[in-house]
Design a protein around this ligand. Structure first.
Ligand code: FES
Ligand code: FE2
Length: 459
């Protein structure tokens, strides 16, 4: 197998994602076909948008106080009284299940002298401030003041905790601190329609990690918004990932997606040097199944069959064994490919059946962000809903490869993450006006992220 990199082919010089779908063994749902590709120019973005504390403060004031953001999953708070603490650049809210089908976001601030009411999630029948003992019911209504005789100014007043807006989709709980913001339903289209078949609400969190990065939140998010970084960041993918010929679609200022084909060689490599068995072997090697491959115990690619078809079929059997569902009619694309949808500004959810990852990027300060990753799995057909996996917090220097259960993905994340400190350092070294350039097509989604951000910053 020769993986020598040849001169780059653009998407016009290789199979498109559509072409690959046309060669697949089963038809795909129509929504996986080419979507809108708006022309949003080629203007660069100044590095200061990633490095300038004043720009970051404007994001805090004009973006994070006004956008829909995923706070948790419903499964994190299954019972009445369960809550999580959602912190976002200085704001803090309690996301509480106040009734079996009601979730509220309550300001996590005591209305007496401002102590945070809770510092970590749990289950409560009331929120009692640890400073002087004032109490609120879990629905935010005021319950008790042990010094009521000394607070005449509270008499006859509604001292309920202020609320943020809450919306739900796919088992996710979203909050918005802006009472004037458009409803989530208005901005999330067409994600609910495209995900109807995958029923994320009926999935559970099988793995959940969070890691802090010394980079601006946008730089971190953007490392997961195109595929062509594989050429140098993930060279092990070259034999079996259609990276440069990925499909990028932008549906609205808020929703975009990218699809990359698995089981086909990258346009960066010389395909004439790769047999279908080479491709399959590289997939096995990359997935950590080295022994199987080395010892020739892995599935072989029969004559006339493509590695992509072979891998999809194997995945159908593996998933059926895992959750008891029938995948025999599911398309190759949905069994194999990373089908990443992004909801602006900071959520990415993978469609399909193979791997349902969820990424969320939260700013800490201009130079620091937290990325958390969930692995969602379908609730077994005949089994009870498993409890969500507890959050594992990784330190800046802790590699993802050490996370049990993450498999080969851990090493892939470490490859992505190795770039990020140097991206932030380079952007700073370039200076505030250093022009950051994006590909017109392959980095279209990143360009759209900045355009919608600019709209918000303009008010
Ligand atoms: S600050 Fe909460 S009871 Fe005083
Ligand atoms: Fe990557």
């Amino acid at each position: 197998m020769n993986l020598d990199i040849r001169p780059q082919a653009d998407r016009c010089n290789d199979l498109s994602y559509e072409d690959i779908l046309n060669l697949d063994t089963r038809p795909v749902p129509a929504y996986l076909r080419q979507g809108p590709v708006p022309d949003i120019g080629t203007d660069p973005v100044p590095a200061g948008n990633y490095t300038d504390p004043a720009f970051f403060q404007q994001e805090v004031d004009k973006l994070w106080s006004r956008c829909w953001q995923m706070a948790c999953r419903e499964e994190d708070i299954p019972n009445v009284g369960d809550y999580v603490v959602y912190d976002m650049v200085g704001k803090s809210y309690l996301i509480v299940r106040t009734a079996p089908d009601t979730i509220k976001a309550l300001l996590n601030v005591c209305l007496h002298r401002g102590r945070k009411l809770a510092t970590q999630g749990g289950c409560k029948s009331r929120f009692r401030c640890m400073f002087h003992g004032f109490e609120w019911n879990i629905d935010g209504s005021f319950k008790h003041n042990p010094m009521a005789w000394d607070f005449p100014q509270w008499e006859g007043q509604d001292m309920r905790l202020p609320e943020a807006r809450v919306a739900r989709w796919g088992g996710f709980v979203f909050v918005n601190f802006d009472p004037e913001a458009k409803p989530l339903d208005d901005i999330i289209h067409p994600i609910p329609e495209h995900f109807a078949r995958y029923d994320l609400a009926n999935m559970y969190t099988a793995l959940h990690i969070a890691k802090t990065f010394p980079a601006n939140w946008k730089a971190v998010a953007e490392a997961f918004m195109e595929s062509h970084h594989s050429i140098t960041t993930h060279p092990q993918f070259m034999a079996f990932l259609g990276d440069a010929n990925s499909q990028y679609d932008v549906f609205s200022p808020y929703v975009s997606r990218q699809f990359s084909a698995m089981g086909v060689p990258s346009p960066f490599v010389d395909k004439s040097q790769l047999s279908e068995s080479d491709i399959w072997a590289a997939m096995l090697r990359s997935s950590g199944r080295v022994r199987e491959w080395e010892q020739g115990e892995g599935p072989t690619v029969p004559e006339g069959v493509r590695a992509r078809a072979c891998a999809a079929e194997q995945q159908r059997h593996a998933l059926a064994a895992q959750d008891g569902e029938d995948y025999s009619d599911i398309s190759d694309a949905e069994m194999l490919d990373p089908l990443l949808y992004n909801l602006w500004p900071n959520l990415s959810v993978w469609a399909g059946f193979s791997l349902n990852l969820v990424y969320r990027w939260r700013p800490v300060d201009v130079d620091t962000a937290i990325m958390d990753v969930r692995v969602l799995k379908r609730v077994p057909k005949n089994g009870p809903r498993p409890r969500p996996a507890p959050l594992q917090v990784l330190g800046v220097d802790e590699p993802c490869a050490t996370v049990e259960g993450l498999g080969s993905l851990g090493g892939v994340f470490d490859q992505d993450m190795a770039n990020l400190p140097y991206v932030q350092q380079g952007l700073k070294a370039g200076g505030r006006d250093f022009p950051v350039h994006f590909g017109k097509y392959s980095e279209l989604r990143i360009r759209q992220l900045h355009r919608t951000l600019a709209d918000f910053m303009a008010g």
